[in-house]
Write a protein that binds this ligand. Structure first.
Ligand SMILES: CC(=O)N[C@H]1[C@@H](OP(=O)(O)OP(=O)(O)OC[C@H]2O[C@@H](n3ccc(=O)[nH]c3=O)[C@H](O)[C@@H]2O)O[C@H](CO)[C@@H](O)[C@@H]1O
Ligand SMILES: C=C(OP(=O)(O)O)C(=O)O
Length: 429
């Protein structure tokens, strides 16, 4: 099993190219199931989750052709990939494939819409809470699907096709919004989704579906209206920049000090996180095609945050922000409202000398002047990278075990950090 070894203490200086967003790439790839034509995705990040989804789509009959490994010499490691689901050869998504990744469950929407049936294993993904699928089921039932759950599989049927309907989400769900959006594009008549997720990845999916011929309005607001069409065509779409990767490296710079241009990204994707970061004393300067993050000395100031659906502070940056707060000059409070079990990084950060106490969904972080390197264990994707951030500022050597979590969502992390002066290496095996 690979490990990441970090020797802390160096500031970060230079340029970090931001990759295409994992959480946009996954639903976009799944949208290829909606058409027998080719969907071409540019700026697709090269990640373990993307590869896993390619295996899942391949099982349904999607032909996948990688065009180029790098689009530009100076860019991230983006690829352009063609996805063609000429025929769907299997409407079952088996446990062996789906259990590894939450988003793989989302194939249920397009399969049901196009084929009138889908049998999908209950999903896996980061172990950050119970993560039920009740909203997916209820939403699809509002489009006329008949759904049963047996032996760990969700069996959804709509032999005469889905029918447009109105669904008010009792709770905001990104994944269920993606699925309702995809399913409704081919339903008969109009669908209205209320209390929809407003995340930029939902807007990216909607834009791609519109390019494929779907009739969608309101994506990015709480009410999305979809007028069903008989079929969708292919399209060419560029995956939006990864706002979580952007925020992660911004926090790393705020932690170590230095001056880094985060390239191919936009401050409009993560305003609340950047606002919190600027309150810690980091300078955030939007530039043409990127964001400059700078901190030259001075204390890291303590800042309280509460996670919320977009446009609130993203839960996927909570662990990284906590990593930063471990070195703040004072006490901060971090409240997690999205997932009930997303504090597994707390005990690992403690190995580096962090002082954090937990009470319900709130962590109280008492900043310390020094962290000291130690062996730590990655427990989930964003928790792992919070340990990297802490390790970059810790005295001495930190070894992060179970790096496969990191590889799910961070493209060439060690290379991007090393290029900015960090001492980070992968130890294979
Ligand atoms: C691949 C991807 O894009 N993953 C992101 C997506 O996950 P994901 O789409 O799984 O997260 P959701 O927005 O659905 O989850 C939000 C909350 O709703 C609950 N819920 C969800 C569905 C359901 O049927 N019933 C239910 O109760 C969840 O347990 C959670 O408490 O959005 C999360 C919230 O921004 C991010 O942390 C994940 O990185
Ligand atoms: C929680 C995440 O991923 P997933 O939903 O796939 O578990 C994440 O990207 O932080």
């Amino acid at each position: 099993m690979d490990r990441i070894r970090i020797v802390g203490g160096n500031p970060l200086n230079g340029v970090i190219p931001i990759s295409g967003a994992k959480n946009a790439a996954l639903p976009l790839m799944i949208a290829s199931l909606l058409t027998d034509d080719t969907l071409t995705l540019e700026n697709l990040p090269h990640l373990a989750d993307v590869e896993q989804l390619q295996r899942i789509l391949g099982n349904h009959g999607v032909d996948i052709a990688v065009v180029g490994r790098r689009e530009r010499q100076d860019s991230a490691y983006a690829r352009t990939v063609h996805f063609t689901a000429r025929t769907i050869v299997d409407t079952t998504a088996p446990y062996e494939l789906v259990s590894k990744m939450r988003a793989s469950f989302w194939v249920i929407g397009p399969l049901l819409a196009r084929m009138g049936e889908a049998k999908v294993s209950l999903p896996g993904g980061c172990a950050i809470g119970t993560r039920p699928v009740d909203l997916f089921i209820e939403g699809l039932q509002h489009l006329g699907a008949e759904i049963t759950i047996e032996n760990g599989y969700v069996d959804a049927r709509a032999p005469k096709g889905l029918i447009g309907g109105r669904y008010v989400f009792p709770k905001v769900s990104v994944g269920a919004t993606h699925v309702m959006l995809m399913a409704a594009t081919l339903a008969k008549g109009q669908t209205v989704i209320d209390n929809a997720a407003r995340e930029p990845e939902v807007v990216d999916l909607a834009n791609c579906l519109i390019a494929m011929g779907a009739k969608i309005s309101g994506a990015g607001t709480s009410t999305i209206t979809i007028d069903g069409v008989a079929s969708l065509s292919g399209a060419r779409h560029r995956v939006l920049p990864d706002r979580i990767e952007t925020g992660t490296y911004a926090m790393a710079v705020a932690m170590t000090g230095g001056d880094v241009l985060l390239e191919n990204t936009s401050d409009t994707l993560l305003e609340s996180a950047l606002l919190a970061l600027s309150r810690t004393g980091a300078e955030i300067i939007p530039e043409q095609g990127g964001i400059r993050v700078r901190r030259n000395g001075g204390d890291i100031l303590p800042v309280d945050i509460t996670t919320d659906p977009f446009p609130g502070f993203p839960t996927d940056l909570q662990a990284q922000f906590m990593g930063l707060m471990t070195r703040a000059n004072g006490i901060s409070h971090i409240t997690e409202t999205i997932f009930e079990n997303r504090f597994m990084h707390v005990q690992e950060l403690a190995r580096l000398g962090a002082k954090i106490s937990l009470s319900g969904q709130t962590a109280t972080v008492t900043g310390v002047p020094v962290l000291r390197g130690a062996p730590v264990m990655a427990t989930d994707l964003r928790a792992s990278v919070s340990l990297v951030i802490a390790g970059l500022a810790a005295e001495g050597e930190t070894v992060v075990n179970r790096v496969y979590h990191l590889d799910r969502g961070f493209e060439r992390l060690e290379e991007k950090l090393t290029n900015c002066g960090a001492v980070v290496e992968r130890i294979s095996g």
